[in-house]
Design a binder for this molecule. Structure first.
Ligand code: RI2
Length: 312
């Protein structure tokens, strides 16, 4: 349990971050946990697995990749502890492999949308979005990138390092400079923390500003999202909770302590409505956002929704 608790803490503090990475980390933690789990009955096994699953899911509320990974991993149909254990280990390995392959396929599909000489704008640090940009660069296309700083956690700094290593010419801008540079951009590519059944994108705070500016400038707006980032419960009308993070990420708490009339809000994500999104690149194809329900039904399965209802 110690190791699983450590993973949960790393996800909570964002030492492990990015919707895809936290999902893979959760599947790995569950696999390693059940491998060592000592129990005397299947009931006890089930209770322990549910407890571990809840610890992981409770770390961050917005990215559905996390509960999806946990649900897909902890499913079993077994009459003995050993059978259940084997099934969870196999599910975890399958999920980890699915996530890895998905990124590779998204990169290949998405790279087709980039032409030689294109200027891309990206936001925050998305492995899926960067996989597309890097694949296009690898194909010999000359791609230049505008990267936002992505306050308050400044994940843009991770992005510029990654792009610099790959040799891609990159310009770092502050978040408020998005609109001024949009006229030089050919395509916006961002990641996804969750995609709803009606095709809305929940992603790092500020994403919807990129989408607005892109629409105004008639620039294509693409989200790169593995199918496990689609949100099954939104089919049932559930709203996605937007994570509110600590004020300390925005401003020194000593300063705020001196300002009794000031409060700080720090939502980590925002919602971009489907009408601002031209394309969602998944590992099973590039679709308009109106196909979101089909992705949920065909590639996650509506039974995942039932599982989530039961454990809610
Ligand atoms: P990949 C990140 O969230 C960003 O919002 C990013 O767009 C999204 O996860 C998807 O990232 P955070 O963990 O899975 O930084 O594409 O809050 O890496």
């Amino acid at each position: 349990m110690q190791q699983l608790l450590e993973t949960a803490e790393k996800i909570r503090t964002m030492e492990i971050r990015g919707a895809g990475r936290i999902a893979v980390a959760a599947a790995t933690a569950l696999r390693d946990y059940v491998r060592e789990l000592q129990v005397s009955s299947l009931e006890e096994f089930e209770a322990k697995v549910l407890e571990a699953a809840a610890i992981l899911v409770d770390t961050r509320p917005t990215a559905v990749s996390l509960p999806n990974a946990v649900m897909l991993t902890t499913r079993y149909d077994a009459s003995t502890v050993e059978e259940a254990r084997e099934q969870i280990i196999a599910n975890a390995d399958k999920f980890i492999e699915r996530a890895k392959k998905a990124l590779e396929t998204i990169a290949q599909i998405g790279a087709k949308r980039l032409k030689d000489g294109d200027v891309v704008m990206t936001h925050c640090n998305s492995h899926a979005a960067l996989a597309i940009i890097k694949a296009a660069h690898k194909q010999g296309k000359n791609i230049r990138v505008y990267t936002t700083e992505s306050r308050p956690r400044r994940q843009g700094f991770i992005t510029i390092r990654e792009l610099n290593e790959t040799g891609i010419q990159t310009t770092l801008i502050v978040d408020s400079a998005v609109r001024i540079f949009m006229k030089e951009v050919d395509v916006v590519i961002v990641g996804a923390d969750s995609i709803t059944a009606n095709g809305a994108l929940v992603n790092k705070i500020g994403t919807s500003q990129l989408a607005l500016a892109a629409k105004e400038a008639r620039v294509n707006f693409i989200s790169a999202a593995e199918t496990y980032k689609f949100h099954p419960m939104t089919v049932m009308g559930d709203m996605i909770e937007i994570e509110d993070r600590s004020a300390d990420e925005v401003i020194d708490p000593k300063i705020i302590a001196e300002l009794p009339n000031v409060k700080v809000r720090n939502p980590a994500f925002d919602v971009t409505p489907s009408e601002y999104i031209d394309l969602i690149v998944t590992e099973v194809g590039a679709f308009p956002p109106s196909m979101a329900f089909v992705v949920i039904r065909d590639y996650l399965g509506l039974e995942l929704m039932e599982d989530m209802k039961e454990t809610a």
